[in-house]
Design a protein around this ligand. Structure first.
Ligand SMILES: *[C@@H]1O[C@H](CO)[C@@H](O)[C@H](O)[C@H]1NC(C)=O
Ligand SMILES: *[C@@H]1O[C@H](CO)[C@@H](O)[C@H](O)[C@H]1NC(C)=O
Length: 257
């Protein structure tokens, strides 16, 4: 599974402002995103890869069901992915929180972090999921970070200027030969209730707006595209301000099927 983006003039268009995001038919990466883009750090990366990377992401508007994040690839096997995501939700007391989630799709991932990580046991899903809930802070960037802590072990955390200290999301181990983080992978906006629906009612997608920052200097964004069963039908658009990428999707007032 390798994402391909081949719209050479789109980046130029993108630089000029808000642009509709059209559908395409490439296979989707892990999960079932409705919009994907790519990042590519074009200089300063050691040949073996990165031992640490962080992604600032703002949620401006989003409702429960959305999962907004960035993926990382370990080593040179394209399916060896991990995803860092923010998922707004309401708890049973009616408060809005954000679940910060790391999902490892690398076969053989293990964890001894019982407080935060578990194996969800879904056949085609992640091997290990590490998660922690944090206050919902809209319009201020969250910072999702992953770093190598030892031979095969990695840690993940979430921070926000309003939280002041990074909050651990968990610790896990990859197989010895997994390798380090590669310079290029993808960002995604996913609507989780549609994961198990073959053909959702596309016109019911709730509205979200979020902003991705580049993870490092010398990063270029690929052209965002709609994916999945509703590709081309979910009212998605992107805007660019400096090096940030604002992604909107869905229909204001809709609440999901
Ligand atoms: C990333 O950028 C480098 C340098 O411009 C290029 O050689 C490489 O093909 C790009 N990789 C991807 C996956 O876009
Ligand atoms: C599509 O989204 C934009 C915001 O990005 C919104 O203004 C517009 O009303 C939406 N269109 C529909 C048909 O809901």
């Amino acid at each position: 599974m390798h994402m391909k983006f081949s719209v050479p003039t789109a980046a130029t268009l993108l630089a000029s402002g808000l642009l509709l995001v059209t559908g395409h038919t490439a296979p989707t990466p892990v999960g079932s995103p409705v919009v994907v883009t790519t990042y590519n750090i074009t200089s300063g990366i050691p040949p073996e890869g990165l031992s640490s990377i962080g992604f600032p992401i703002i949620i401006h508007d989003a409702v429960e069901g959305y999962s907004i994040g960035q993926a990382v690839q370990f080593g040179h096997i394209t399916t060896n992915q991990g995803t860092l995501a923010l998922q707004p939700y309401q708890n049973s007391a009616g408060s809005t929180l954000v679940r910060a989630v790391y999902s490892s799709y690398v076969p053989g991932t293990t964890t001894s972090d019982k407080a935060r990580c578990r194996n969800p046991g879904t056949p085609d899903g992640p091997v290990i999921v590490c998660t922690w809930s944090v206050p919902a802070i809209y319009n201020t960037p969250y910072y999702l970070r992953i770093w190598h802590t030892g031979d095969s072990t990695w840690s993940v955390s979430v921070n926000n200027a309003c939280l002041q200290l990074p909050i651990p999301l968990g610790t896990f181990a990859l197989p010895d030969d997994a390798g380090l983080i590669q310079a290029s992978d993808y960002g995604f906006v996913e609507y989780l209730p549609w994961t198990s629906v073959e053909q959702p009612d596309c016109s019911t997608l709730p509205y979200q707006r979020s902003t991705f920052w580049i993870p490092a200097e010398s990063t270029v964004w690929g052209f965002p595209e709609q994916t999945g069963a509703c590709a081309g039908e979910i009212n998605a658009s992107v805007g660019r301000l400096g090096t940030t990428l604002e992604v909107r999707s869905g229909f204001p007032g809709q609440t999901g099927a």
